[in-house]
Ligand binder design. Structure first.
Ligand SMILES: Cc1cc2nc3c(=O)[nH]c(=O)nc-3n(C[C@H](O)[C@H](O)[C@H](O)COP(=O)(O)OP(=O)(O)OC[C@H]3O[C@@H](n4cnc5c(N)ncnc54)[C@H](O)[C@@H]3O)c2cc1C
Length: 356
């Protein structure tokens, strides 16, 4: 017997800004696709597209795996507002009852998801790094692994549950969180953690136009102007090559060398928290658990020891090149190429030989 039989499908909030989809939205469609197949019973992955005049984005959503698009359109939704977006998405969830709802852990996703979860009185796990489907009896699960009360749960219920895994206690352990009593199960996922699907040009899906029941007096904030902060221009998430520097740079001038390396290899500049905390570079460059999660093709870690909180943000990079004078540093163990030496000598040599 299923306790939550009326809930199905995986929804992804496909965040768009100025008519452009965020990369994490496409990554989550890929992950949603995998989860919906594991859920079985015809579950689909559906994109939720909120905004105004967003028809131009359907093809991209289908091409990256959406079986269906729920479009919620209104001139009042042209620019993101917490009130407006939370209202229309909560209404849609109440009406269509998805089993799982995923958001990118962007500034907007982190603002929107908790408002919706609170209105629906359901759980939300923030900053997940891994999601799995578990077909199990939650009663057994709770009794075996937790001290949580099982009062009110149907002992016969067998539901497919979402296991939501995220770093806890400063990244020193991974916690897996479940939502046994309520639906939908909601999670935010950091950009760069999940994989997009290969683009399937010409793919088609179902379009569901959802009426936006929203009026101006329900939106308490008026957006007068959107000003992009300079630091938003540091888009580490999309970078194919990242050259990061840590405390081993020895001072802010070390980032001039990192900048030269980045220019030579066509990469962006990243940093460890130690370098940021020392005031050598802006926080927008920080990679790691409390910075940006990245997944470039090549990640240079220069004078970075490889603390677990830094690794949490870059360990899925395709190729890791570490430069460190300590061969035992964790980053040197993880790296595909570990260069043991003084970065002030090694980096200029790489710059010189990169194109040669
Ligand atoms: C809750 C929490 C969240 C955190 N979040 C993050 C995060 O998001 N990102 C992050 O980075 N950290 C984070 N940290 C901090 C993290 O624990 C480490 O303190 C930090 O990553 C260390 O930075 P580092 O590797 O640059 O410095 P260090 O650990 O001091 O390492 C410096 C390295 O440089 C090498 N070195 C020194 N001189 C040279 C030279 N001349 N040439 C070559 N190598 C040299 C040394 O051998 C050493 O391995 C967090 C910590 C906590 C508790």
């Amino acid at each position: 017997m299923k306790q939550f039989a009326e809930y199905k499908d995986v929804w992804v909030y496909t965040e768009q800004r100025d008519g452009k989809l965020m990369k994490v939205a496409l990554e989550l469609l890929g992950e949603g696709c995998r989860l919906s197949r594991e859920l079985g019973e015809g579950a689909r992955v559906c994109a939720v597209l909120i905004g105004d005049e967003t028809d131009g984005l359907f093809d991209e959503l289908y091409a990256y795996g959406a079986d269906a698009v729920y479009q919620i359109e209104d001139p009042l939704l042209k620019t993101y507002t917490t009130d407006g977006y939370a209202k229309v998405m909560t209404d849609a969830i109440r009406e269509y009852k998805p089993e799982i709802v995923l958001f990118g852990a962007t500034h907007i996703g982190r603002d929107l998801a908790p408002r919706i979860a609170a209105r629906l009185d359901t759980g939300l796990t923030a900053d997940c790094t891994r999601l799995d489907i578990d077909t199990g009896n939650y009663m057994d699960y709770l009794q075996t692994y937790t001290t949580a009360s099982t009062a009110g749960l149907d002992p016969e219920s067998r539901d497919t549950g979402l296991k939501q895994t995220r770093p806890a206690f400063g990244g020193n352990l991974m916690a897996t969180i479940i939502t046994p009593r309520t639906r939908p199960q909601m999670a935010t996922v950091r950009p760069g953690v999940m994989d997009k699907l290969e683009k399937m040009e010409g793919a088609k899906g179902e379009l569901i136009r959802v009426e936006a029941k929203i009026s101006a007096d329900e939106i308490q904030v008026e957006v007068l102007e959107v000003v992009k902060a300079a630091k938003e221009l540091v888009s580490l998430t999309d970078a194919e090559i990242i050259c990061s520097g840590g405390r081993g740079l020895g001072g802010p001038e070390g980032f001039e060398l990192i900048g030269q390396l980045a220019d030579q290899v066509g990469g962006m500049v990243g940093a460890s928290r130690a370098a940021v905390d020392a005031g050598w570079i802006d926080q927008s460059h920080q990679v790691g658990q409390t910075g940006t999660t990245v997944k470039p093709k090549i990640y240079f870690a220069c004078g970075i020891s490889g603390a677990i909180q830094h690794l949490a943000g870059m360990q899925t990079s395709d190729i890791i090149i570490a430069i460190n004078k300590d061969p035992e540093a964790p980053m040197m163990q993880l790296a595909d190429y570990a260069v043991c030496g003084d970065l002030k000598k090694v980096i200029p040599e790489i710059i010189e030989k990169w194109d040669a």
